[in-house]
Design a protein around this ligand. Structure first.
Ligand code: GCV
Length: 716
């Protein structure tokens, strides 16, 4: 009996330890195992001097205490004045003595309002480390960055770091519904427990804010862009206010999605026409009501006249009319309007990839100053690979905000390991040639190309109430990486992977090197086994889980995969060149030229821009059919390689996370083969060709793959 109880207790203890590990994200603060380094850190960190007592500063101190306590097993004392040496001095600029301000000197000129300085200083011949910023939130960012130095085992000698975010709005978009389902969410239900709010503050809200602040995310849109007007009623605003109060000391502003028809649905008006004075007034009053509760409310995100959502076009008005009317409502309070450019219409026979540009580009320069247009990274919809959206580089007079998808709607949900910062980097590094060579998408987004002050990067959240937040332990890296790139869109995805691995798992090089390589390869692997050579949107319909290149029976043409691949006996691919829809002409002429010609078009984008024959010769001399089949096989092989890599990591991490990822990689391998076999069998009907040597033969029939149904696929 006793032994059974002991076993049970041991189980509970180990279970909760694991739960904690998964839950703690990249803030593990594991004990530093390099004893030399640990004692060096201990020597240099002999207490904290706190110059201030705001909520944010208290959080900063607590974070330092927690981090140092766990990493160095040493609880640092907290002082209110500087005594002795080797202290960490934290406080915002105004709290610093003139002597310290002098030491920090010109560093303050290098940072913006949210920036931070971490500097080794000497005061009266005593060494200290100063962490400061122009205000407390900068200090908090500095603290997280300082702790990251320890977590990644970096030197803390001669520190001289001054860093500031390059985009103002660094924001998560939650596609969370009020019933707690999450559109395209694969990590459980919504974190927001509307029923228990405002009185019950779940610890998760605090931990969420902390995780976001640790990577510099400063905003959150709580609700789905397919919006519900109820969120704007007093009953819900009270709950939103409670969340805003939790997030505020972490520097996170709350935003909401605004349903354009709200004046009718909850306001009792007969119209939502943006030119109607009553409608404009209704929104003004609504904004005033929100700001009374939440003085630092960020503003609204709007999906209008897209996929059935109401918008100004319902009243014969346009996007500018709608956005500017809302902009006027929030302007007196410093709010912004993030107006989405994700539009396409079933009534428009034009290539879907051209529609957002066709509709929005003519509006350049017509939006009010507090409007920012939110553009998805590519012109279709968050595919494993898309060329950058042609609107980037085409609206110089309008602030454009990047929208990335962190949740893996088209990338294997939360079962596939896909390291997305690699994708984000590829887009941010793309050259729009708007002002000649070097006009990178990153420069459009951070405002430097066209001198915009309002800038932003949004990521569609992959967070839910799963114990590990994101469903897949490695999907945490996508949340982390999004935050880091929103802070600095020029960061290298490899550096980010390195940081994340060290903070999340281990500093052991035998672990870091192969696992980092695995992460960096994982994006190309998913492209290979799902949509190689520029194929896109051939996922099964509705839920987008698994392959469905055969789907052709949906009411809207552009919802059918056959619309995108256009496979026939002559070949495959969507001709968007001059001989086709001429979508290439939406890019600057330098880019257009490259994409328009099969000779110069990167092969990774070939079938996005061109319809080519099955015998088309690829650069490596293979026919398109053989090359495509081999790419599918390569994707499968890459996942096998990921499994091999992972299997060797067992000694370096806890058994539970090892097992979790091992099981998920097994699923990914199975599904990569499913993708390969289903797609090749389907396309083979048109090519009429044998599979080349090196590609495994399918073990199931095409009919079998077509018969698979997933009625309860999540997120749909
Ligand atoms: C929130 C895609 C997704 C939809 C999503 C839409 C959007 O179409 O499948 O679920 O809706 O994009 O970004 O608005």
């Amino acid at each position: 009996m006793i032994s059974l109880r002991l076993i049970f207790l041991a189980f509970i203890v180990s279970f909760s330890a694991t739960a904690q590990k998964d839950y703690k994200l990249w803030l593990q603060y594991d004990k530093i195992t390099n004893t030399g380094l640990a004692s060096e850190y201990r020597n240099k960190l002999q207490g904290i001097v706190s110059l201030g007592n705001s909520e944010t500063l208290k959080i900063s101190i607590k974070e330092l205490e927690t981090g140092i306590f766990h990493m160095l097993e040493n609880k640092p004392e907290v002082f209110s004045e500087i005594k002795g040496e080797n202290k960490i001095i934290i406080g915002s600029k105004t709290s610093l003595s003139s002597e310290i301000q002098k030491v920090a000197g010109s560093d303050f000129n290098k940072i913006s309002e949210e920036g931070f300085i971490i500097k080794s200083i000497s005061l009266k011949n005593k060494k200290h480390i100063l962490i400061t910023g122009k205000n407390d939130i900068g200090v908090l960012y500095g603290v997280y960055n300082f702790l990251r130095l320890l977590q990644t085992n970096k030197t803390i000698d001669n520190l001289n770091i001054a860093d500031a975010p390059k985009a103002n709005i660094r924001i998560l978009n939650h596609w969370d519904n009020l019933d707690r389902t999450v559109e395209r969410g694969y990590a459980g239900f919504s974190l927001w427990n509307w029923q228990k709010l405002p009185d019950f503050i779940d610890q998760r809200y605090i931990d969420y804010a902390r995780a976001n602040a640790s990577v510099g995310i400063n905003g959150t849109v709580l609700t789905n862009v397919n919006a519900n007007a109820l969120i704007l009623t007093p009953q819900y605003l009270e709950k939103v206010e409670a969340l805003a109060n939790v997030f505020r000391p972490y520097g996170i502003k709350v935003y909401l999605t605004a349903r354009f028809s709200a004046p009718i649905e909850i306001g009792g008006l007969k119209t939502a026409d943006p030119k109607d004075a009553d409608v404009a007034n209704w929104w003004k009053n609504k904004a005033a009501e929100i700001y009374k509760r939440i003085p630092d409310f960020g503003g609204f995100l709007i999906k209008a006249n897209s996929e059935g959502q109401p918008g100004p076009q319902n009243y014969g008005r346009d996007h500018v009319d709608g956005a500017n009317m809302l902009a006027d409502a929030v302007a007196p309070f410093g709010g912004v309007i993030m107006w989405r450019a994700f539009v396409y219409s079933e009534h428009d026979a034009n290539d879907r990839a051209k529609q957002a540009y066709a509709e929005f580009q003519p509006y350049d320069g017509k939006f009010k100053d507090n409007v920012i247009v939110q553009v998805k990274n590519g012109a279709i919809d968050f595919q494993p690979r898309e060329p950058f959206h042609p609107l980037f580089g085409a609206m110089p007079k309008t602030p454009l905000m990047m929208e990335f998808q962190i949740t893996q709607e088209y990338l294997g949900f939360s079962t596939h390991l896909v390291y997305l910062p690699k994708l984000y980097q590829e887009v941010l590094e793309s050259d729009t040639y708007q002002k000649g060579k070097g006009s990178l998408v990153a420069k459009v987004v951070d405002g430097t190309l066209d001198h915009h002050k309002l800038t932003g990067i949004a990521g569609v959240s992959n967070i839910g109430n799963d114990l590990n937040w994101t469903g897949h332990p490695f999907a945490q890296a996508n949340w982390y990486g999004f935050g880091r790139l929103a802070w600095d869109p020029y960061l290298d995805s490899e550096t980010i992977a390195d940081e994340w691995l060290r903070c999340t798992f281990s500093n052991n090089e035998n672990f870091i090197k192969p696992v980092k390589e695995m992460m960096l390869q994982s994006r190309e692997a998913v492209v290979n086994y799902m949509t190689p050579l520029g194929l896109h949107h051939i996922m099964d319909t509705g839920h987008h889980y698994g392959p469905g290149p055969w789907v052709s029976n949906l009411s809207r043409p552009e919802w059918n995969p056959v619309y995108y691949h256009k496979a026939d006996k002559n070949g495959i691919g969507f001709d968007r060149s001059k001989t086709g829809t001429n979508a290439t002409a939406q890019y600057a002429s330098e880019v257009e030229k490259i994409f328009d010609n099969t000779e110069t078009c990167p092969e990774k984008d070939l079938l996005w821009f061109h319809h080519v024959s099955w015998d088309y010769k690829l650069k490596n001399g293979q026919t398109l059919w053989n090359g495509m089949a081999l790419k599918y096989q390569e994707g499968v092989d890459q996942v096998k390689e990921m499994q091999n890599t992972w299997n060797k990591t067992k000694p370096y991490l806890d058994a539970e996370r090892f097992k979790e990822v091992e099981m998920l990689l097994n699923i990914q391998y199975k599904e990569a083969k499913w993708w390969r076999d289903a797609c090749l069998l389907y396309f083979q009907q048109f090519s009429g060709k044998e599979l080349p040597k090196g590609v495994e033969k399918p073990t199931e029939t095409l009919e079998y793959f077509k018969s698979l149904k997933f009625p309860f696929a999540p997120g749909n």
